[in-house]
Design a protein. Structure first.
Length: 281
């Protein structure tokens, strides 16, 4: 037999070895493509992780990995702060032939429900400047007024004369009221009114810091003097005009005259072509 001739069995062994070598080479090339060039080989799972895998326990995602998903979320909208005024807003002529009804000092269980019923009957909205201690004590009434679409505003916590208070006390009176309103309704007031209409520089500055505009009035119904229902009705009708803001009360004393007067003058204002509305910010 010549040297270059090969037995059949030897040729078969060499072919098997060649096939094994090709398969190993292909496997190495595939593994190299799956790994990014230059990246380190990932370490094997820790002993605890290996035990969890063997036990079939699902792997919990890292909290850190969830952070990038929340980082792209839009920030909560923040309303720009109003300017620091030197005087309160008195009327709203931009509303046209519209008047604004406001009620101070409540809510009160003896008087606020009657006022809400009348406003609901004529489908009009009003502004309620609430005292924090009253709002905290009568939360259901505050929610009822809010559900009817009325604007809930800040009238301090305990109705003090703010011009006699230190800035820290003013901040406490107004801030505490805004906090309780936000706790009950989910949103803080955007309007405030100084008790007795007594404003000062600190009240304007602190109100602006809290995101509120100061609103006074153009028509004082004098219902707080309990002058009689006829007198209250007459004062409101005599002062009626485009953009007028009417001061009424639903607490702070016996307000049965205020409740009765509203039932009389509200339909007369509507019949005279006035629209009753609230400002929006």
């Amino acid at each position: 037999m010549k040297k270059d001739q090969m037995l059949p069995g030897r040729r078969a062994v060499l072919r098997i070895a060649a096939c094994l070598g090709a398969a190993l080479t292909a496997r190495l090339l595939t593994a190299g493509q799956a790994q990014t060039p230059g990246s380190p080989t990932p370490p094997p799972p820790a002993e605890g992780a290996q035990a969890a895998i063997r036990a079939g326990v699902p792997h919990k995602p890292s909290a850190y990995r969830l952070q990038p998903m929340t980082e792209g979320a839009q920030p909560r909208y923040r309303r720009p702060l109003p300017p620091v005024r030197k005087a309160p807003i008195l009327k709203m002529p931009e509303l046209g032939r519209t008047m604004v009804l406001t009620f101070d000092d409540g809510p009160h269980p003896d008087y606020t429900p009657g006022i809400l019923r009348t406003l609901r009957e004529y489908d009009v909205r009003a502004m309620f400047f609430v005292c924090g201690e009253m709002a905290d004590a009568h939360r259901d009434l505050l929610r009822e007024a809010d559900d009817d679409g009325h604007i809930i505003c800040n009238h301090t916590w305990s109705h003090p004369l703010m011009t006699t208070l230190r800035p820290s006390q003013i901040r406490g009176e107004m801030g505490r009221t805004s906090e309780v309103v936000e706790d009950i309704l989910g949103t803080a007031p955007l309007w405030y009114r100084a008790p007795y209409g007594a404003w000062n520089r600190y009240a304007f500055e602190i109100g602006s810091e809290m995101g509120m505009e100061p609103l006074a009035w153009t028509i004082d119904s004098l219902d707080w003097e309990t002058p009689g229902t006829d007198s209250i009705v007459r004062r409101v009708l005599d002062g009626a005009g485009p953009g007028a803001v009417v001061l009424n009360h639903d607490a702070g004393g016996n307000r049965s005259q205020s409740v009765a007067a509203l039932r009389r003058y509200l339909p007369l204002l509507l019949d005279d072509g006035y629209r009753i509305a609230v400002p929006h910010r």
